[in-house]
Ligand binder design. Sequence first.
Ligand code: F6R
Length: 364
Amino acid sequence: SKGNHRHFMAKEIYEQPEVVGRTIAHYVDFSRCAVRLPELPFSFRDVSRLSISACGTAYYAGLVARYWFERLARLPVEIDVASEFRYREVPLDPGQVALFVSQSGETADTLASLRYAKDQGQHTLAVVNVPTSTMARDSAVVAPTLAGPEIGVASTKAFTCQLSVLLALAIGAGRQRGTLTEADERRLVEVLAAVPSLMTEALRSEGEIETVSREIAKAKDVLYLGRGTSYPLALEGALKLKEISYIHAEGYAAGELKHGPIALIDEAMPVIVIAPHDAVFEKTVSNMQEVAARGGRILLITDRRGAAEAAMDTMSTLVMPDCDPVVAPLVFAVPAQLLAYHTAVFMGKDVDQPRNLAKSVTVE
Ligand code: F6R
């Protein structure tokens, strides 16, 4: 049931502090301040490459995870959408790890990629939400997300639960590889523990988001920009908006702006900038200034520190709670989801059953 919510999507957005909390608790031993990995038939110490494949929103979770595995575990990651990975004839050294991310566990291309990886002698590791799914059965190791059933076609809570599992895995990999100390792990576990309440705080911006969604609803095209882990989040924000509101939206790495998309900037195309106050914040601000200088209207999604420092004239600025940059993707997913949701609802679209889309894509 939808409970007090008008749509499953809203219910699932609001469930996130709870299901993300539950998922984190599954992967973290709070009494020891340590992550708890599923039983692995390999050690990350012996791995020299991680290959990730997935589709859609699950692919964007994988893109975020690339930054985490590379930064925290110094583990090189290659990632592709499963529909390409399965046909690319990727050379894979036996004994490496192939990771798959899927809510349904039934996506045809991801499943085919998993089988290809297995044939190539890879250790397979699947992050799945449906425990009885084909992927959960076929993968050597399963790392479950505990999002519960996701009914809305647009993935929301499954995405943030995927991020939670992937971050825990990256921390665990970092410990096994010796790139993170026990003290680092303890600190990161504390950062993880704070995520549910940060998400609750992020949900409080709903009223403001609803107001700004009126502006977004007038647009024919919307550009999302982000750097670092906010880049995949920009892609995810654009996907959410296009799939339920049918407004054309594109996500771009902020640094790519001047390599083409800047030509599109005018007052008719809102530019949504996702910029937590992290190591690349100032770079993103300078890209934002380039947008403003060309008459672009900016919706800045940042945190308190970022809002204080950016000092820019924007169409609107949404202020998220300050958080450790490592978990910013989990917190900033919330306003991206709410913005797509309210825009689509305002436009009278069927957000739970968008046209042409199915919850589970079992054909290629
Ligand atoms: C987006 C969305 C899709 C799925 C994709 C993969 O909101 O729902 O892009 O993320 O079809 O599905 P799963 O995760 O079931 O493999």
